[in-house]
Design a protein. Sequence first.
Length: 393
Amino acid sequence: MTDSQSPAQQPVQVACAISDPFVAWMSQSGGSLVVSTYQAGKVALVGWDGRQVTLLMRDFDKPMGMAVDGLRLTLATRHEVWQFTNSRVLAHEYLDGQPGRYDGLYLPRIRHWVGDVNVHDLAYESQGLMIVNTRFCCLARLSADFSFDPVWRPPFVTDLVPEDRCHLNGLALRDGKAKYVTALGTTDTPGGWRANKATGGVVMDVDTNEIVVRGLSMPHSPRWYNNQLWLLNSGTGELMIADPSSGKTVGVCGLPGYLRGLCFVGPYAVIGHSKIRERHIFGGLPVQEKHSQLHCGVTIVDLRTGVPVGMFEFTSGCSELYDVQFVPGMRRPMILNATSAAVKEAITNPESCYWLRPSHEVNEAPAGPGAAADKAEQGRLPADLAEDDHVGT
């Protein structure tokens, strides 16, 4: 498929390959996947229409970490944090001629300007959204008065400055509160983590300020699930369980890719993996020695056996992913960005929802010579619907 051109990007030809077990898993999952690829500048929605896997890709500027919380989807981009809210009613009526094609519609509600602070992970604590501000090496909250409001930083980072001193990147909640973070080093100099990137990674306890796991290879995506701490040891291509009390780790599964993006669905882990494009940053890692070829995509791993049971692979047009989230209860969602024509027509309030379209309006006399033509244009299908193509069988 060819995505529509955005002001920031040239058209990207994306091709995919899907294994039969992935198709079977999607058919039984009861939800859909949201994937961010900062390299291609896309958010991908992987869904199910009752017969086959569907893929919709939407343009965003360097999409990174994501969080799903009830009706909300939050997305970090190059300079902003976007907050979307789902409207099932408007989703059902998204296409006048095809009611029910989509069962979810993420509408942009807030775009918070944070600047180029390189937000990685983000998550909803019980008290609100927490972001990982990688450039300033801190956890932070959004603020109406400032670019961000710092909450915590590693004690070995002595100054709140934009120098990416330890590459703080991942955040795990426990009991609704920020608990564990991953960093690529314990250095206190600009970009100092790069010198020992293959073995300098750590997990820290936010409450105690202690380093609880050492010797990791570019760790990402820590998650607390089923009373265990899981993480991706990206530089070795492994899903791991870490014991914060002992500092020990156990490898669960190895995959042929640089791992980033982890979520869980029952007894399954959903893992994003990438090729290595930026050799000056990611070169010389163990995963490159283990595998002759790395793959970009999403793999489903059965946690009961540690065996991969299905893969959705981007074979061209997309080489690096950052995050993957599971959306329960929505089989084929839609998402709108600021350039989508439909985003201007979608109106919601606490009591009702409306599409401001000719088919939903009272007939009125044209306001001027061009009004009739404008209304006819409004009634056409959005051009970006061509992005929503079936893949797989």
